[in-house]
Design a protein around this ligand. Structure first.
Ligand code: NAD
Length: 442
């Protein structure tokens, strides 16, 4: 039966290929069968192809993402992109009235729109299994991540959590133990690992094409906090600059952790030591709004990480350069459909998303691709790719089947702990006199 479904998929893809010249004729049998059907197929095929035994959508609950919130709405859009997940419940706002308002705007069943996340756990547990939520997505400010994740895990739900994973390292260690003990699926929304060309970069490195890595440069400059925006009441700025909600770091926790995660994901290396310089440029602000960090990696490679929210004119200029002994590569988040590979004596190669040669090199990149080349994919799709893999892993758990190894490619609780150790080590280095500071053992 599984075979027949895959044949159906290939047949469908063949049709697409004929229309737009897209796909991998020589690899079709292998990689399209492995590539996840939720990316492209009808729901019918999603449910049959992804997991023959699960004949329903996964049910999602959300905490955070109330009226005017930023990332909750991105999660809602991305999670439903492939048709296998439906939002059925939520405690959307710190203000229970606003949570109800959001539920009305989303046309949810009123009985499943809760005033608090605790009420949501109690309410959902009263429903029979299969009707209650399968997982919760946590899209609140950082200080709430840990208690919410802990309580939902303890109640038997899978969890997708925003980054940085927790408020501090102790919470992260406790959460890691809890996730392992619970056997539940835990996803962390480091969305930049969801881009096909980031997966391609990771696979080029894995296949040894760069040779030994010598140097990594990763940057994330933004300009939106160049003025004391938090004093105007702007909600995203207000909590990000408040140590009680954001944690020990401001900019470095908010976007520096994306840099840390991206360079470890692509290179497969671990940062072992940092030499950091965090600064508060805007008068009266309580947390860093700019930071420069020198990095040392476990293979002896060196790196530079720069994150800033006061770089006027910059939007979301996340970019990475990785230099090996034989080749190097370069990727820019604002132009995410291209990956540049540089060789010692030859022109720069531009790898373009959606082409056959990308899928041939990286089945993970192919699986993360929905549109033919030349039709750009970006932020929403990257979130959706993490949801797709996370959801497939949950389906495998529910039906007690083995997940496709490609489905396990999403950031998890271990990545979350790395992020929190990074913040802790950068803060310690900034305060210290000797500057170079080693990561503590996880
Ligand atoms: P936001 O201020 O726009 O939204 C936060 C929402 O959470 C609000 O609706 C607020 O009322 C609600 N909330 C707060 N406490 C709550 C509670 N106890 N119960 C229910 N709802 C509660 O914030 P944002 O910019 O969307 O950021 C939210 C999280 O997402 C942060 O952890 C942030 O670091 C992360 N984030 C990640 C990315 C990314 O690219 N992965 C981008 C932006 C934000």
């Amino acid at each position: 039966m599984q075979e027949a479904v895959f044949f159906e998929q290939n047949h469908f893809i063949n049709g697409l290929e004929q229309q737009v010249g897209w796909g991998l004729p020589h690899l079709k049998k292998n990689w399209w069968a492995k590539a996840h059907p939720t990316n492209r197929m009808s729901l019918d095929i999603v449910l049959k192809g992804a997991n023959m035994k699960l004949d329903r959508k996964l049910k999602m609950g959300m905490v955070g993402g109330g009226p005017g919130a930023f990332i909750g709405e991105v999660h809602r859009k991305a999670s439903r992109m492939d048709g296998g997940i439906e939002l059925v419940a939520g405690a959307f706002d710190i203000n229970p009235q606003k949570s109800k308002q959001m539920g009305r705007e989303l046309l949810l069943d009123r009985r499943r729109v809760y005033g608090t996340y605790e009420q949501m756990i109690a309410g959902e547990l009263k429903l029979p299994e299969g009707e209650r939520i399968d997982f919760v997505s946590i899209t609140t400010p950082n200080n709430w991540h840990f208690p919410i994740a802990r309580d939902f895990l303890n109640a038997g739900f899978h969890v997708m959590c925003e980054k940085p994973m927790t408020f501090n390292t102790n919470e992260a260690k406790t959460l890691q133990k809890l996730v392992k003990k619970s056997g539940k699926v835990f996803g962390l929304m480091h969305n930049y690992t969801g881009y096909p060309m980031v997966k391609l970069a990771r696979d080029i490195v894995r296949q040894g094409e760069l040779g030994k890595i010598r140097k990594l440069i990763v940057q994330y400059p933004q300009g939106w906090l160049s003025t004391p925006l938090e004093r105007t009441g702007q909600m995203q700025a207000a909590w990000r600059t408040d140590p009680k909600q954001s944690g020990g770091a401001g900019c470095m926790g908010d976007i520096g952790t994306h840099c840390e995660n991206l360079c470890e994901y692509i290179s497969g290396l671990k940062i072992t030591q940092v030499c950091a310089d965090l600064t508060i440029f805007v008068k009266g602000r309580r947390l860093d709004d700019d930071g420069s960090v020198l990095l040392r990696f476990n293979n002896g490679a060196r790196g530079i990480l720069h994150a800033s929210q006061v770089s006027i004119g910059e939007e979301n200029n996340l970019a990475i350069w990785i230099y090996g002994e034989e080749k190097s590569l370069e990727w820019h988040q604002e132009h995410p459909n291209y990956l540049y590979v540089k060789v010692p004596d030859g022109p720069v190669q531009v790898w373009r998303r959606g082409n056959n040669y990308v899928g041939a090199k990286s089945p993970a990149a192919a699986r993360a691709t929905r549109l033919p080349f030349g039709h750009p994919e970006a932020f929403f799709e990257a979130f959706a790719n993490n949801y797709c893999n996370f959801a497939d892993t949950i389906r495998a758990k529910i039906t007690r089947t083995k997940p496709d190894p490609l489905a396990l490619d999403f950031p998890d609780v271990d990545d979350g702990l790395r992020g929190m150790l990074f913040i802790e080590t950068v803060l310690a280095s900034t305060k210290s006199k000797q500057k170079w500071t080693a990561f503590k053992k996880a």
